[in-house]
Design a protein around this ligand. Structure first.
Ligand code: NAD
Ligand code: G6P
Ligand code: MN
Length: 445
Protein backbone atom coordinates (compact mmCIF):
# COMPACT_ATOMS: atom_id res chain seq x y z
CA UNK A 1 0.00 0.00 0.00
CA UNK A 2 1.19 3.53 -0.81
CA UNK A 3 2.08 5.88 2.03
CA UNK A 4 0.49 9.31 1.65
CA UNK A 5 1.58 12.90 2.10
CA UNK A 6 -1.02 15.30 3.49
CA UNK A 7 -0.93 19.04 3.99
CA UNK A 8 -3.43 20.68 6.35
CA UNK A 9 -3.96 24.29 5.29
CA UNK A 10 -5.13 26.20 8.33
CA UNK A 11 -2.80 24.02 10.40
CA UNK A 12 -3.58 26.23 13.38
CA UNK A 13 -7.32 25.50 13.17
CA UNK A 14 -8.93 24.30 16.38
CA UNK A 15 -10.08 21.26 14.38
CA UNK A 16 -6.55 20.16 13.39
CA UNK A 17 -5.60 18.21 16.56
CA UNK A 18 -8.61 15.90 16.18
CA UNK A 19 -7.90 15.36 12.49
CA UNK A 20 -4.30 14.43 13.35
CA UNK A 21 -5.64 12.01 15.95
CA UNK A 22 -8.00 10.43 13.42
CA UNK A 23 -5.16 10.07 10.89
CA UNK A 24 -3.14 8.32 13.60
CA UNK A 25 -5.99 5.94 14.34
CA UNK A 26 -6.26 4.99 10.67
CA UNK A 27 -2.69 3.92 10.00
CA UNK A 28 -3.65 0.47 8.76
CA UNK A 29 -6.00 1.64 6.00
CA UNK A 30 -4.60 5.10 5.21
CA UNK A 31 -0.87 5.05 5.98
CA UNK A 32 1.03 8.28 6.16
CA UNK A 33 4.49 9.22 4.97
CA UNK A 34 4.48 12.93 5.67
CA UNK A 35 2.21 15.47 7.33
CA UNK A 36 2.63 19.19 6.73
CA UNK A 37 0.79 21.95 8.55
CA UNK A 38 0.55 25.27 6.72
CA UNK A 39 -0.82 28.48 8.23
CA UNK A 40 -0.20 32.21 8.03
CA UNK A 41 0.07 32.48 11.82
CA UNK A 42 3.29 30.71 12.74
CA UNK A 43 2.92 31.05 16.49
CA UNK A 44 -0.63 29.69 16.63
CA UNK A 45 0.29 26.78 14.40
CA UNK A 46 3.50 25.91 16.25
CA UNK A 47 1.60 24.42 19.19
CA UNK A 48 -0.33 22.14 16.86
CA UNK A 49 2.87 21.25 15.01
CA UNK A 50 4.67 20.24 18.21
CA UNK A 51 1.63 18.23 19.24
CA UNK A 52 1.74 16.46 15.86
CA UNK A 53 5.40 15.53 16.42
CA UNK A 54 4.58 13.97 19.79
CA UNK A 55 1.47 12.23 18.51
CA UNK A 56 3.12 10.48 15.56
CA UNK A 57 6.18 9.59 17.63
CA UNK A 58 4.07 7.94 20.31
CA UNK A 59 1.18 6.46 18.33
CA UNK A 60 2.43 5.60 14.83
CA UNK A 61 4.29 2.40 14.14
CA UNK A 62 6.15 3.86 11.12
CA UNK A 63 8.23 7.05 11.18
CA UNK A 64 6.29 10.05 9.84
CA UNK A 65 7.90 13.27 8.66
CA UNK A 66 6.17 16.15 10.46
CA UNK A 67 6.58 19.67 9.11
CA UNK A 68 4.91 22.92 10.13
CA UNK A 69 5.58 25.90 8.00
CA UNK A 70 4.39 29.22 6.61
CA UNK A 71 6.26 28.57 3.35
CA UNK A 72 4.06 27.47 0.44
CA UNK A 73 6.86 25.69 -1.44
CA UNK A 74 7.66 23.61 1.59
CA UNK A 75 3.98 22.98 2.22
CA UNK A 76 2.39 22.17 -1.11
CA UNK A 77 4.96 20.32 -3.21
CA UNK A 78 4.47 16.58 -3.82
CA UNK A 79 1.31 16.27 -1.76
CA UNK A 80 -1.33 13.59 -2.25
CA UNK A 81 -3.95 15.45 -0.23
CA UNK A 82 -4.53 19.00 0.90
CA UNK A 83 -7.11 19.39 3.66
CA UNK A 84 -8.21 23.01 3.76
CA UNK A 85 -9.84 24.64 6.77
CA UNK A 86 -8.98 28.30 6.97
CA UNK A 87 -10.94 31.10 8.57
CA UNK A 88 -10.14 34.38 6.84
CA UNK A 89 -10.10 37.05 9.56
CA UNK A 90 -10.33 34.42 12.33
CA UNK A 91 -13.03 34.38 14.99
CA UNK A 92 -12.62 38.12 15.65
CA UNK A 93 -14.11 38.85 12.23
CA UNK A 94 -16.82 36.24 12.78
CA UNK A 95 -17.76 38.21 15.88
CA UNK A 96 -18.02 41.37 13.75
CA UNK A 97 -20.19 39.58 11.16
CA UNK A 98 -22.59 38.34 13.81
CA UNK A 99 -22.78 41.60 15.76
CA UNK A 100 -23.18 43.89 12.76
CA UNK A 101 -26.02 41.75 11.43
CA UNK A 102 -27.77 41.77 14.82
CA UNK A 103 -27.31 45.53 15.11
CA UNK A 104 -29.50 45.82 12.02
CA UNK A 105 -32.07 43.40 13.43
CA UNK A 106 -30.95 40.57 11.14
CA UNK A 107 -29.71 37.12 11.94
CA UNK A 108 -26.04 37.05 12.96
CA UNK A 109 -24.62 33.64 12.14
CA UNK A 110 -21.32 32.21 10.91
CA UNK A 111 -22.49 30.83 7.54
CA UNK A 112 -26.10 31.96 7.17
CA UNK A 113 -27.64 35.35 6.39
CA UNK A 114 -25.63 38.56 6.45
CA UNK A 115 -22.91 36.93 8.60
CA UNK A 116 -22.34 34.18 6.07
CA UNK A 117 -22.39 36.75 3.27
CA UNK A 118 -19.65 38.82 4.95
CA UNK A 119 -17.63 35.68 5.65
CA UNK A 120 -18.11 34.57 2.04
CA UNK A 121 -16.59 37.73 0.64
CA UNK A 122 -13.55 37.22 2.92
CA UNK A 123 -13.25 33.49 2.43
CA UNK A 124 -13.62 33.23 -1.35
CA UNK A 125 -10.54 35.34 -2.26
CA UNK A 126 -8.44 33.61 0.40
CA UNK A 127 -9.46 30.08 -0.61
CA UNK A 128 -9.14 30.77 -4.35
CA UNK A 129 -5.64 32.24 -3.88
CA UNK A 130 -4.64 29.22 -1.81
CA UNK A 131 -5.96 26.73 -4.36
CA UNK A 132 -4.06 28.56 -7.12
CA UNK A 133 -0.92 28.42 -5.00
CA UNK A 134 -1.42 24.70 -4.40
CA UNK A 135 -2.01 24.00 -8.10
CA UNK A 136 1.14 25.93 -9.09
CA UNK A 137 3.11 23.52 -6.93
CA UNK A 138 1.11 20.32 -7.14
CA UNK A 139 -1.17 19.63 -10.09
CA UNK A 140 -2.87 16.45 -9.04
CA UNK A 141 -3.37 16.35 -5.30
CA UNK A 142 -6.89 16.07 -3.92
CA UNK A 143 -8.02 19.29 -2.26
CA UNK A 144 -10.68 18.61 0.35
CA UNK A 145 -12.09 21.91 1.50
CA UNK A 146 -13.97 22.47 4.75
CA UNK A 147 -13.48 26.27 4.74
CA UNK A 148 -16.82 28.03 5.14
CA UNK A 149 -19.23 29.31 4.00
CA UNK A 150 -18.90 26.13 1.96
CA UNK A 151 -21.87 26.82 -0.35
CA UNK A 152 -20.44 30.15 -1.50
CA UNK A 153 -16.87 28.86 -1.59
CA UNK A 154 -18.02 25.91 -3.74
CA UNK A 155 -19.80 28.21 -6.20
CA UNK A 156 -16.55 30.20 -6.52
CA UNK A 157 -14.21 27.21 -6.88
CA UNK A 158 -16.49 25.76 -9.56
CA UNK A 159 -16.28 29.01 -11.52
CA UNK A 160 -12.54 29.59 -11.14
CA UNK A 161 -11.43 25.96 -11.56
CA UNK A 162 -14.19 24.48 -13.74
CA UNK A 163 -12.25 21.44 -14.92
CA UNK A 164 -10.58 20.58 -11.65
CA UNK A 165 -12.54 17.59 -10.35
CA UNK A 166 -9.98 17.10 -7.59
CA UNK A 167 -11.32 20.02 -5.56
CA UNK A 168 -14.06 18.73 -3.28
CA UNK A 169 -16.03 20.96 -0.91
CA UNK A 170 -17.47 19.27 2.14
CA UNK A 171 -19.50 19.76 5.31
CA UNK A 172 -19.79 17.70 8.47
CA UNK A 173 -23.33 18.77 9.48
CA UNK A 174 -25.31 16.02 7.72
CA UNK A 175 -23.22 13.28 9.30
CA UNK A 176 -23.35 15.02 12.68
CA UNK A 177 -27.14 14.89 12.34
CA UNK A 178 -26.93 11.25 11.26
CA UNK A 179 -24.95 10.47 14.40
CA UNK A 180 -27.93 11.76 16.31
CA UNK A 181 -30.35 9.62 14.27
CA UNK A 182 -28.10 6.58 14.83
CA UNK A 183 -28.08 7.20 18.59
CA UNK A 184 -31.88 7.53 18.62
CA UNK A 185 -32.24 4.27 16.67
CA UNK A 186 -29.61 2.45 18.73
CA UNK A 187 -27.53 1.86 15.60
CA UNK A 188 -24.17 2.97 14.24
CA UNK A 189 -24.04 5.72 11.60
CA UNK A 190 -22.18 3.31 9.34
CA UNK A 191 -25.30 1.09 9.27
CA UNK A 192 -27.32 3.92 7.74
CA UNK A 193 -27.40 5.28 4.20
CA UNK A 194 -28.81 8.76 3.62
CA UNK A 195 -30.85 10.07 0.71
CA UNK A 196 -30.56 13.83 0.83
CA UNK A 197 -30.79 16.89 -1.40
CA UNK A 198 -30.17 20.60 -1.14
CA UNK A 199 -27.46 23.21 -0.98
CA UNK A 200 -24.86 23.29 1.77
CA UNK A 201 -26.50 24.09 5.14
CA UNK A 202 -29.79 24.11 3.23
CA UNK A 203 -30.99 20.57 2.65
CA UNK A 204 -33.31 17.73 3.63
CA UNK A 205 -33.00 14.01 4.30
CA UNK A 206 -35.63 12.19 2.28
CA UNK A 207 -34.75 8.64 3.42
CA UNK A 208 -32.58 7.11 6.12
CA UNK A 209 -32.03 3.58 4.89
CA UNK A 210 -30.72 0.57 6.74
CA UNK A 211 -27.67 -0.53 4.74
CA UNK A 212 -28.39 -4.18 5.36
CA UNK A 213 -32.16 -4.47 5.02
CA UNK A 214 -33.08 -1.37 3.01
CA UNK A 215 -35.68 -0.39 5.62
CA UNK A 216 -36.42 3.34 5.65
CA UNK A 217 -36.25 4.71 9.21
CA UNK A 218 -37.31 8.22 8.24
CA UNK A 219 -41.01 7.91 9.18
CA UNK A 220 -40.03 6.44 12.55
CA UNK A 221 -37.41 9.15 13.13
CA UNK A 222 -39.92 11.87 12.30
CA UNK A 223 -42.29 10.49 14.94
CA UNK A 224 -39.61 10.18 17.61
CA UNK A 225 -38.02 13.55 16.90
CA UNK A 226 -41.28 15.51 17.06
CA UNK A 227 -40.31 15.81 20.70
CA UNK A 228 -36.73 16.88 21.53
CA UNK A 229 -34.58 13.92 22.55
CA UNK A 230 -31.52 13.82 24.78
CA UNK A 231 -28.83 11.73 23.13
CA UNK A 232 -25.09 11.99 23.59
CA UNK A 233 -23.06 12.41 20.43
CA UNK A 234 -20.16 14.87 20.63
CA UNK A 235 -18.92 17.12 23.41
CA UNK A 236 -19.37 20.17 21.15
CA UNK A 237 -23.08 19.45 20.79
CA UNK A 238 -23.49 19.44 24.56
CA UNK A 239 -22.96 23.20 24.49
CA UNK A 240 -26.23 25.08 25.14
CA UNK A 241 -26.45 26.76 21.73
CA UNK A 242 -25.91 23.47 19.88
CA UNK A 243 -28.36 21.69 22.18
CA UNK A 244 -30.94 24.31 21.41
CA UNK A 245 -30.26 23.91 17.68
CA UNK A 246 -30.72 20.14 17.83
CA UNK A 247 -33.88 20.55 19.90
CA UNK A 248 -35.31 23.04 17.43
CA UNK A 249 -35.40 20.28 14.83
CA UNK A 250 -38.54 19.09 16.61
CA UNK A 251 -40.28 22.38 15.87
CA UNK A 252 -39.41 22.07 12.18
CA UNK A 253 -40.61 18.46 12.06
CA UNK A 254 -43.88 19.44 13.74
CA UNK A 255 -44.44 22.38 11.41
CA UNK A 256 -43.67 20.58 8.15
CA UNK A 257 -44.69 17.31 6.60
CA UNK A 258 -42.27 14.87 4.94
CA UNK A 259 -38.45 14.72 5.17
CA UNK A 260 -36.03 15.67 7.94
CA UNK A 261 -34.40 19.12 7.83
CA UNK A 262 -30.76 20.10 8.17
CA UNK A 263 -30.38 22.01 11.46
CA UNK A 264 -29.29 25.15 9.55
CA UNK A 265 -32.76 25.51 8.02
CA UNK A 266 -33.90 26.97 11.36
CA UNK A 267 -32.20 30.23 10.40
CA UNK A 268 -34.01 30.54 7.08
CA UNK A 269 -37.43 29.22 8.11
CA UNK A 270 -37.66 31.07 11.45
CA UNK A 271 -35.36 34.10 11.07
CA UNK A 272 -37.35 36.28 13.50
CA UNK A 273 -37.30 33.67 16.25
CA UNK A 274 -33.57 33.08 15.75
CA UNK A 275 -32.77 36.80 16.05
CA UNK A 276 -34.78 36.96 19.27
CA UNK A 277 -32.72 34.11 20.73
CA UNK A 278 -29.42 35.92 20.16
CA UNK A 279 -27.56 38.18 22.57
CA UNK A 280 -26.24 41.02 20.38
CA UNK A 281 -23.38 41.61 22.83
CA UNK A 282 -22.29 38.00 23.18
CA UNK A 283 -22.65 35.83 20.09
CA UNK A 284 -21.57 32.32 19.12
CA UNK A 285 -18.14 33.68 18.13
CA UNK A 286 -17.68 34.85 21.72
CA UNK A 287 -18.80 31.47 23.03
CA UNK A 288 -16.28 29.72 20.78
CA UNK A 289 -13.41 32.10 21.63
CA UNK A 290 -14.07 31.78 25.36
CA UNK A 291 -14.88 28.08 25.17
CA UNK A 292 -13.81 25.56 22.56
CA UNK A 293 -10.93 27.60 21.12
CA UNK A 294 -9.43 28.36 24.53
CA UNK A 295 -9.91 24.78 25.72
CA UNK A 296 -8.23 23.38 22.62
CA UNK A 297 -5.13 25.54 22.95
CA UNK A 298 -4.91 25.17 26.74
CA UNK A 299 -4.98 21.39 26.24
CA UNK A 300 -2.18 21.61 23.70
CA UNK A 301 -0.09 23.78 26.04
CA UNK A 302 -0.56 21.27 28.86
CA UNK A 303 0.43 18.38 26.62
CA UNK A 304 3.53 20.22 25.44
CA UNK A 305 4.58 21.03 28.99
CA UNK A 306 4.19 17.36 29.95
CA UNK A 307 6.18 16.41 26.85
CA UNK A 308 4.06 13.33 26.27
CA UNK A 309 0.53 12.19 25.43
CA UNK A 310 0.33 8.45 26.25
CA UNK A 311 -0.46 7.76 29.88
CA UNK A 312 -1.69 11.32 30.49
CA UNK A 313 -5.30 12.54 30.72
CA UNK A 314 -4.84 13.61 27.09
CA UNK A 315 -4.21 10.11 25.70
CA UNK A 316 -5.47 9.69 22.13
CA UNK A 317 -9.10 8.56 21.99
CA UNK A 318 -10.31 5.95 19.50
CA UNK A 319 -12.93 8.38 18.21
CA UNK A 320 -11.89 12.00 17.76
CA UNK A 321 -15.22 13.15 16.38
CA UNK A 322 -17.26 13.18 13.19
CA UNK A 323 -15.54 16.23 11.66
CA UNK A 324 -12.20 14.42 11.68
CA UNK A 325 -13.72 11.08 10.79
CA UNK A 326 -15.51 12.40 7.73
CA UNK A 327 -12.48 13.96 6.05
CA UNK A 328 -10.24 10.97 6.78
CA UNK A 329 -12.91 8.54 5.52
CA UNK A 330 -13.34 10.61 2.37
CA UNK A 331 -9.60 10.73 1.73
CA UNK A 332 -9.41 6.97 2.26
CA UNK A 333 -12.21 6.42 -0.27
CA UNK A 334 -10.38 8.61 -2.82
CA UNK A 335 -7.10 6.83 -2.16
CA UNK A 336 -8.35 3.24 -2.08
CA UNK A 337 -11.37 3.28 -4.42
CA UNK A 338 -13.78 2.12 -1.73
CA UNK A 339 -16.80 3.46 -3.68
CA UNK A 340 -18.55 4.33 -0.43
CA UNK A 341 -21.30 6.92 -0.42
CA UNK A 342 -20.63 10.38 1.03
CA UNK A 343 -22.60 13.59 0.97
CA UNK A 344 -20.47 16.17 -0.84
CA UNK A 345 -21.04 19.51 -2.53
CA UNK A 346 -20.87 18.93 -6.24
CA UNK A 347 -22.19 20.24 -9.55
CA UNK A 348 -25.83 19.27 -10.08
CA UNK A 349 -25.33 18.13 -13.69
CA UNK A 350 -28.93 16.96 -13.97
CA UNK A 351 -28.95 14.87 -10.80
CA UNK A 352 -31.84 17.00 -9.52
CA UNK A 353 -33.75 17.26 -12.77
CA UNK A 354 -35.75 20.38 -12.03
CA UNK A 355 -32.81 22.48 -10.79
CA UNK A 356 -30.13 24.32 -12.77
CA UNK A 357 -27.38 21.94 -13.90
CA UNK A 358 -24.69 24.44 -12.87
CA UNK A 359 -25.85 24.64 -9.25
CA UNK A 360 -23.48 23.32 -6.57
CA UNK A 361 -25.72 20.93 -4.64
CA UNK A 362 -25.15 18.76 -1.60
CA UNK A 363 -26.14 15.21 -2.47
CA UNK A 364 -25.02 11.60 -1.91
CA UNK A 365 -22.05 10.68 -4.11
CA UNK A 366 -20.16 7.49 -4.78
CA UNK A 367 -16.49 8.14 -4.04
CA UNK A 368 -13.49 6.33 -5.50
CA UNK A 369 -10.14 6.99 -7.13
CA UNK A 370 -11.83 8.86 -10.00
CA UNK A 371 -13.48 11.31 -7.63
CA UNK A 372 -17.07 11.92 -6.63
CA UNK A 373 -19.99 10.74 -8.69
CA UNK A 374 -23.36 12.17 -7.62
CA UNK A 375 -26.28 9.77 -7.52
CA UNK A 376 -29.59 10.47 -9.24
CA UNK A 377 -32.27 12.25 -7.22
CA UNK A 378 -35.02 12.96 -9.79
CA UNK A 379 -37.36 15.90 -9.37
CA UNK A 380 -38.01 17.70 -6.10
CA UNK A 381 -41.31 19.22 -4.93
CA UNK A 382 -42.18 22.89 -5.52
CA UNK A 383 -41.61 24.18 -1.96
CA UNK A 384 -38.01 22.94 -1.77
CA UNK A 385 -37.30 23.94 -5.35
CA UNK A 386 -38.47 27.49 -4.59
CA UNK A 387 -36.44 27.77 -1.41
CA UNK A 388 -33.32 26.33 -3.02
CA UNK A 389 -33.54 28.55 -6.10
CA UNK A 390 -33.89 31.68 -3.98
CA UNK A 391 -30.98 30.70 -1.77
CA UNK A 392 -28.86 29.73 -4.75
CA UNK A 393 -29.54 33.07 -6.44
CA UNK A 394 -28.29 34.77 -3.25
CA UNK A 395 -25.14 32.62 -3.15
CA UNK A 396 -24.47 33.08 -6.83
CA UNK A 397 -24.93 36.87 -6.66
CA UNK A 398 -22.50 36.97 -3.73
CA UNK A 399 -19.88 35.30 -5.92
CA UNK A 400 -20.75 37.71 -8.77
CA UNK A 401 -20.18 40.61 -6.35
CA UNK A 402 -16.71 39.24 -5.59
CA UNK A 403 -15.85 38.52 -9.24
CA UNK A 404 -17.07 41.87 -10.54
CA UNK A 405 -16.38 44.03 -7.47
CA UNK A 406 -20.03 45.05 -7.71
CA UNK A 407 -21.86 46.89 -4.92
CA UNK A 408 -25.16 46.42 -6.75
CA UNK A 409 -24.75 42.65 -6.96
CA UNK A 410 -23.82 42.56 -3.27
CA UNK A 411 -26.95 44.53 -2.39
CA UNK A 412 -29.16 42.29 -4.54
CA UNK A 413 -27.61 39.23 -2.91
CA UNK A 414 -28.45 40.49 0.57
CA UNK A 415 -32.00 41.40 -0.41
CA UNK A 416 -32.51 37.89 -1.79
CA UNK A 417 -31.37 36.34 1.48
CA UNK A 418 -34.42 35.22 3.47
CA UNK A 419 -32.90 36.59 6.67
CA UNK A 420 -32.48 40.15 5.29
CA UNK A 421 -35.18 40.94 2.65
CA UNK A 422 -35.64 44.72 3.18
CA UNK A 423 -33.67 46.96 0.82
CA UNK A 424 -33.09 49.78 3.33
CA UNK A 425 -31.80 47.30 5.90
CA UNK A 426 -29.61 45.57 3.30
CA UNK A 427 -28.06 48.89 2.30
CA UNK A 428 -27.25 49.94 5.85
CA UNK A 429 -25.89 46.48 6.59
CA UNK A 430 -23.75 46.43 3.48
CA UNK A 431 -22.23 49.82 4.26
CA UNK A 432 -21.28 48.73 7.79
CA UNK A 433 -19.89 45.43 6.53
CA UNK A 434 -17.78 47.18 3.89
CA UNK A 435 -16.19 49.31 6.59
CA UNK A 436 -15.57 46.38 8.94
CA UNK A 437 -14.07 44.20 6.21
CA UNK A 438 -11.53 46.61 4.81
CA UNK A 439 -8.46 44.69 3.67
CA UNK A 440 -10.40 41.41 3.45
CA UNK A 441 -13.13 42.17 0.94
CA UNK A 442 -12.71 43.09 -2.70
CA UNK A 443 -13.47 46.76 -3.35
CA UNK A 444 -17.19 47.07 -4.21
CA UNK A 445 -18.07 49.83 -6.64
P1 NAD B 1 -9.67 28.97 13.39
O1 NAD B 1 -9.70 30.44 13.25
O2 NAD B 1 -9.50 28.35 14.71
O3 NAD B 1 -8.52 28.39 12.46
C1 NAD B 1 -8.35 28.73 11.17
C2 NAD B 1 -6.87 28.82 10.88
O4 NAD B 1 -6.77 29.27 9.53
C3 NAD B 1 -6.13 29.83 11.76
O5 NAD B 1 -5.03 29.22 12.35
C4 NAD B 1 -5.72 30.92 10.77
O6 NAD B 1 -4.48 31.50 11.07
C5 NAD B 1 -5.67 30.14 9.47
N1 NAD B 1 -5.76 30.97 8.28
C6 NAD B 1 -6.55 32.03 8.04
N2 NAD B 1 -6.33 32.49 6.80
C7 NAD B 1 -5.40 31.69 6.24
C8 NAD B 1 -4.76 31.66 4.97
N3 NAD B 1 -5.05 32.55 4.02
N4 NAD B 1 -3.85 30.71 4.73
C9 NAD B 1 -3.54 29.79 5.68
N5 NAD B 1 -4.11 29.79 6.90
C10 NAD B 1 -5.03 30.71 7.18
O7 NAD B 1 -10.99 28.45 12.67
P2 NAD B 1 -11.76 27.10 12.98
O8 NAD B 1 -12.87 27.41 13.90
O9 NAD B 1 -10.81 26.04 13.32
O10 NAD B 1 -12.41 26.79 11.57
C11 NAD B 1 -11.63 26.56 10.42
C12 NAD B 1 -12.51 26.52 9.22
O11 NAD B 1 -13.24 25.30 9.15
C13 NAD B 1 -13.58 27.62 9.17
O12 NAD B 1 -13.74 28.06 7.85
C14 NAD B 1 -14.82 26.90 9.63
O13 NAD B 1 -15.98 27.55 9.24
C15 NAD B 1 -14.60 25.61 8.92
N6 NAD B 1 -15.43 24.50 9.34
C16 NAD B 1 -16.20 23.96 8.38
C17 NAD B 1 -16.99 22.89 8.65
C18 NAD B 1 -17.88 22.37 7.56
O14 NAD B 1 -18.83 21.69 7.83
N7 NAD B 1 -17.61 22.69 6.29
C19 NAD B 1 -17.02 22.35 9.92
C20 NAD B 1 -16.21 22.92 10.90
C21 NAD B 1 -15.41 23.99 10.59
C1 G6P C 1 -20.96 22.52 11.98
C2 G6P C 1 -21.08 23.00 10.57
C3 G6P C 1 -19.91 23.86 10.21
C4 G6P C 1 -19.75 24.99 11.17
C5 G6P C 1 -19.68 24.48 12.57
C6 G6P C 1 -19.80 25.72 13.45
O1 G6P C 1 -19.90 21.65 12.10
O2 G6P C 1 -21.17 21.97 9.64
O3 G6P C 1 -20.05 24.32 8.90
O4 G6P C 1 -18.58 25.73 10.89
O5 G6P C 1 -20.75 23.62 12.85
O6 G6P C 1 -19.73 25.43 14.73
P1 G6P C 1 -19.43 26.50 15.85
O7 G6P C 1 -19.38 25.58 17.02
O8 G6P C 1 -18.14 27.15 15.46
O9 G6P C 1 -20.57 27.46 15.87
MN1 MN D 1 -20.90 22.82 7.53
Amino acid sequence: MKNYSICIVGGGSRYTPDILGMICNNESRFPLKKIVLYDIEAERQEKVGKYAELLFKEYYSQPVEVVYTTDMDEAFKEMDFVFMQIRAGRLKMREQDEKIALKHGCLGQETCGAGGFAYGLRSVPAVVDLIRAVRERCETCWILNYSNPAAIVAEATKRVFPKDHRIINICDMPIAIMDMYAAVLGKARRDLEPKYFGLNHFGWFTHILDKNTGEDYLPQLREILKTPVEVKTEALFEEPSWKSTFHFMSQMIQDYDEYLPNTYLQYYLYPKKMVEKENPNYTRANEVMDGNEKETYTRLEQILSLGKIKGTPYALQADTGCHAEYIVDLATALASNTNEIFLTITKNNGIIENLDSEMMVEVPCRVGTNGVEPLAIGTIPKFYKGLIEGQHAYESLTVDAWEEGSYMKALKALVLNRTVVNTDVAKALLNDLIEANEGYWPELK
